[in-house]
Design a binder for this molecule. Sequence first.
Ligand code: HEC
Ligand code: HEC
Ligand code: HEC
Ligand code: HEC
Length: 378
Amino acid sequence: MEKRPAVFDQVPASARLVVDTGNLAADDGEQDLIKFRVLFEALRLLNYDVLCLTSGDIAIAEHLGLMGTPQQAFRVLQDRDGGSEVFNKRFPDHGVTANVASLDPRTTPAERATELFAGEGGDASVNILILRHSDSQVLADIAAKAPAVDCIVCPSEVDEPHILSKPGARPVVVTAGRLGRHIARLDVAISASGGRPALKFADVPVTADLPDDPALVKLYKQYQQLVSAADLLESYPRLPLPDGLAFEGSESCKRCHEYEYGEWILKPHAEALNSLKKVGSDRDPECVVCHVVGMEYQSGYVTEEKTPHLRDVGCETCHGPGKEHNDSEGRKPTREPKMGCLACHTPEKSTGYAGHEEEYMKKIVHWREPAAAGNVKD
Ligand code: HEC
Ligand code: HEC
Ligand code: HEC
Ligand code: HEC
């Protein structure tokens, strides 16, 4: 979010239209609501022109009292049977008008797109239709029955935006990407000889080297404070462990596995909670869950004050809750639930992992050869 202004500013404010395609709310839990409220404010700070919200988004926005507030700078279009309203933005300096609407082809026939943009047509206008669902049949229907549509935005299944239509084809069919790490840009060029404006699509990645916008950095800090104040770690849902198993912490392994402990403590897994502290997210369950031991289970991590022994990616994250193994002086083997690497090293959170599994494994070696004597301290 804090890097988006640097991307938007590549186009002068008087020549740009910024659209969000909605689906802002993942769910309606306490943290989702905090996030939604902050996101709404972020989109205002970012000077979005229009948000095309789903009915789920609208329900939450209404519940939070965010609809139609005086400080709301953008227009909100709402998905309805028959399609949304149409948003227009005129660019007088360029002699062009952009029109945006959304439609769900599962409840509304594709022809409806023609009526939506009726009267919005003309050479110097660009009609953009946001679809809530798409398949080849829907796209073919719109191309055949709604020639006024210049550009269709389909739901995204991958992070990067893509152009799906053939070069030169109309409508231009694109996806906007996911997770906000890319921005889909559409340049409109008006031809001097008349005719429909030409559209050019580009994928603009929001990269880490772009400058931060101070207002959005501040807003994110506020988000972290709201999350922290809501004590979400305490109320996180926790599953019971089977047969009286329990987490006892990495220190409990040290007396018998001194060698392994001594190797583990030097590696990044033993720093995982500190990394969150450095960025101020150590009380955000959406982060903490992968940076500690057993947060999803009873007897697992709660907070640093309550469960200091379970901070970081400790022994029991990967080897399972240790009580039974400890109580039996190591005679009963460790057992499930154990987490595999992929549970945390997801493509989203660990971009370098896929394809480098062996290197990652080599970097965490803390064990002697399994058959070697002295694996366990006598
Ligand atoms: C009282 C001593 C003792 C403690 C405490 C202890 N272990 Fe062990 N551990 C052993 C012994 C003994 C073995 C068996 C070695 C063998 O038979 O090769 C073992 C084996 C293991 C193994 C390999 C076999 C298996 O069960 O997977 C792992 C992994 C392991 N321990 C992890 C841990 C972890 C994690 C902890 C802390 C929660 C821990 N141990 C605490 C003594 C201990
Ligand atoms: C799905 C599990 C998962 C979640 C959720 C998660 N992380 Fe991580 N995090 C990881 C993994 C795995 C790494 C190591 C990535 C690598 O080096 O490949 C990591 C690394 C980091 C690092 C870098 C440590 C360093 O200095 O290299 C920071 C900072 C961090 N995470 C912060 C966060 C924040 C903030 C959140 C919540 C917004 C979060 N993480 C949520 C798994 C997760
Ligand atoms: C990120 C996951 C992870 C963490 C954290 C971790 N281990 Fe391991 N451990 C492994 C893997 C993977 C192996 C390789 C052998 C295997 O698959 O059991 C292993 C091997 C071992 C072995 C040798 C097992 C054998 O069969 O001889 C012991 C003992 C052990 N770990 C103890 C510990 C202790 C004690 C800690 C904490 C101080 C710890 N581990 C932390 C993943 C982990
Ligand atoms: C519970 C979540 C979790 C699991 C399971 C997990 N990791 Fe990690 N891993 C992390 C986090 C978080 C970090 C970042 C630690 C930091 O620097 O703060 C990390 C960091 C690493 C790093 C350091 C990367 C670097 O940039 O140097 C390696 C290597 C690694 N993990 C390998 C593994 C392997 C191999 C496994 C499986 C045996 C595994 N991890 C299982 C969460 C996890």
